[in-house]
Write a protein that binds this ligand. Structure first.
Ligand SMILES: [Zn+2]
Length: 315
């Protein structure tokens, strides 16, 4: 299927989802098909007007080494009314040496310098190298980065090697964003985290452990839409107010966002794409939420935390 057709169908699908949503309320809505059929008494639903109505910060996006990056990411952002994108290049190499993470961060620094109005930078590091990681936090902060990018699988987020890093990030009032995984079980049996995974991949229990140790830390659990057990994640995190979840990922079961709000409250979700752009906006619009809740998820929740560190976005 070519891209244009895919986009068109995706948009119609999203409109149809909204038609069936209880949140729509007052007036009945129509898809382009029903409008063409001449149904009376119905108002046209302008999907793109709805998309562009909300200010948005994409709190989890990535750039790549390819020639069309970050321009491709910026183009998606512009078309979906995403005002700022928090970009990083996750450290998907082992062992993840200082030379490697500096090179990855250099890519991000170059991008945010080129597009300072649209891109916010998140740095990556590897706590196995304590001194180099602490030095890198300083270098990246001086270069204008706002917090961590998606920290990866070299070391579990609750490993003591992370303690000095996390303490530094708390001093700087920065958000600590990390990849996490939670495999779905089959027939009630939870799979062990020993199959085809890097052994130090963080799991939800690791986030709870570190969030309890550092209640003043601000933790962003990446991508509840990644394809893991989001119900388990949200239930487990419900009692830990310093764990936030980002809504990104390409697997988006119906009611995932509503379920997350129900268990975490409306202040602990961050809008994010992880580069699945259309889904990222569609799943929030399609959720059974109030206007205010959508505004908070798309923009305010994250911005309020940025403001605490003096890095807020104006207005
Ligand atoms: Zn991830």
């Amino acid at each position: 299927m070519n891209r244009r057709k895919f986009v068109t169908r995706g948009t119609a699908g999203m409109a149809a989802m909204l038609v069936s949503g209880a949140s729509v309320g007052k007036s009945a809505l129509v898809t382009p098909e029903t409008e063409e059929s001449g149904a009376s008494g119905l108002q046209r639903y302008d999907l793109m007007k709805e998309v562009m109505k909300y200010r948005k910060i994409d709190t989890h996006a990535h750039i790549y080494w390819t020639e069309d990056s970050p321009e491709t990411q910026l183009d998606y952002g512009r078309r979906l009314g995403i005002e700022k994108q928090v970009i990083s290049r996750y450290l998907d190499v082992m062992p993840g040496t200082p030379d490697e993470f500096r090179k990855f961060n250099d890519l991000t620094i170059k991008a945010i310098k080129k597009y300072p109005d649209h891109l916010l930078g998140g740095f990556v590091l590897n706590p196995v190298y304590k001194k180099e990681s602490l030095d890198e936090i300083k270098r990246c902060t001086d270069a204008g980065m706002i917090g961590t990018g998606e920290l990866y699988y070299q070391v579990k987020i609750n490993d003591p090697k992370y303690f000095p890093i996390i303490e530094k990030l708390i001093d700087l009032k920065m958000i600590i964003h990390s990849h996490g995984e939670c495999q779905l079980g089959v027939g009630g049996y939870r799979m062990k985290y020993n199959g085809y995974k890097q052994p130090n991949t963080s799991i939800p229990e690791d986030f709870v452990d570190i969030a309890r140790r550092y209640p003043e830390g601000i933790f962003q659990y990446a991508h509840i839409g990644m394809g893991g057990d989001w119900e388990y994640e949200c239930k487990l995190f419900s009692d830990y107010p310093n764990i936030y979840v980002d809504t990104s990922g390409s697997n988006n079961a119906e009611n995932m966002i509503g379920f997350a709000v129900e268990h975490l409250g409306e202040d602990r979700l961050f809008f994010a794409s992880d580069n699945s752009y259309y889904q990222s906006v569609g799943k929030i619009l399609a959720a059974n939420l109030t206007e205010r809740q959508k505004q908070k998820i798309f923009f305010d929740n994250y911005n309020n935390l940025l403001k605490k560190g003096g890095r807020g976005i104006d207005g």
